[in-house]
Ligand binder design. Structure first.
Ligand code: AHM
Ligand code: MG
Length: 334
């Protein structure tokens, strides 16, 4: 494969499909540069004094890790001054962050989970950054939370960086999904996979099975059938993987298929699942769909859900199409 850089790819995409105007290209480049900085901090670990908990809680009442806060700051500072954004929102901030008046404002809105998989930070297991880009509504003057609450199909770009044995950036701007590997010596993102496609069938699933006693009947039925393997109704054996970093689980699924589930369960009726719609489920769903997979909340396509709040949670079933359709069918049948 001819090696091209992220910049070259973005310019070629614009020429081919007219979907990446220069402001959006700048935005994607700034976010991906911030991810390099986050990757650097992550890789320093204890040597950079970045591990452990901070003394603060985020809006979801979770204790923040030092690296959660550092990554959030890196993304905010990188994106504030370039003139390409109207506002940003993050898992780590209760309300959105308008661009300060001293800087020019642009027409895009950026949402991110600065460091996903927080429970893995201190144990040196893969984590990542997830981001979603929307266009500010036409005629918007001062941004408000309402401006962010757009359905996932409106995303103009979505991506994640995964900090694993290699640092990679996975990106879609609506014309398939491409993957770039960070060349640390050169400091550049180099395309290493083009137009990734997820197989429609799979024999691998990901779910936190310690919550099994709280699951609703459709999830119970689905997992029960998988667990029965060859002698059960599915007639084949299934393997299970759970990394507890959505980025890492999604990255595996993108590469070899699989289904990822974080269902709603019986614990708290006001909390439909754990994952957040705007900066976790929506960007991942766009990537998965662009790679030929499917993503639902058990009832409907995630990308069609009308958001009602910046930090709202949603049940997630995503990955290989035929499995997502099956478990969604089990929900719809009840
Ligand atoms: P976070 O954004 O606070 O890191 O939480 C999201 C993470 C996902 O990456 C992962 O799939 C899930 O939480 C793991 O949850 P659990 O600890 O219940 O296994
Ligand atoms: Mg997260």
């Amino acid at each position: 494969m001819k090696r091209i850089s992220l910049t070259q790819h973005l310019i070629e995409e614009q020429r081919l499909h007219n979907t990446i105007p220069s402001e959006l290209r700048l935005l994607i480049e700034v976010v991906s540069r911030a991810c390099k900085t986050i990757s650097h901090s992550v890789s320093k670990g204890a040597l950079g004094d970045v591990l452990g908990a901070a003394s603060t809680e985020n809006v979801q009442g979770e204790i923040q890790k030092k690296l959660d806060i550092i990554s959030n700051e890196i993304l905010l500072q990188a994106n504030e001054w370039g003139g390409h954004l109207a506002a940003m929102a993050s898992e780590e901030m209760e309300s959105f962050h308008p661009i300060p008046n001293r800087y020019p404002k642009g027409e895009y809105l950026l949402l991110f989970d600065p460091l996903d998989g927080s429970s893995n930070i201190d144990v040196n297991v893969t984590i990542g950054t997830i981001f979603s880009v929307l266009k500010a509504p036409e005629g918007m003057q001062e941004p408000s939370e309402q401006d962010f609450l757009q359905v996932g199909t409106k995303q103009v770009a979505a991506g994640y960086a995964v900090y694993g044995p290699q640092t990679m950036l996975v990106l879609t701007t609506g014309n398939g999904v491409n993957c770039f590997t960070l060349d640390r010596e050169m400091g550049s993102w180099v395309m290493t996979q083009r137009d990734i496609k997820i197989p429609a069938d799979t024999a691998e699933y990901a779910i936190n099975a310690s919550n099994a006693r709280h699951w609703f009947p459709p999830v119970r039925r689905y997992i029960d059938e998988l667990e029965q393997g060859k002698v059960g109704p599915r007639g084949k054996n299934f393997n299970m993987r759970w990394i507890a970093s959505m980025v890492a689980d999604v990255h595996r699924i993108l590469n070899r298929g699989g289904i990822f589930m974080y269902p709603a369960d019986a614990r708290d009726p006001d909390k439909p699942g754990k994952l957040r719609l705007m900066y976790e489920a929506n960007p991942m769903s766009l990537i998965i769909e662009q790679a030929g997979g499917a993503a639902t909340d058990g009832q409907q396509r995630i990308l069609d859900i009308q958001p009602t709040g910046l930090h709202q949670r949603v049940a997630v079933f995503l990955g290989s199409k035929n499995e997502v359709e099956r478990v969604t069918g089990y929900h719809q049948a009840t």
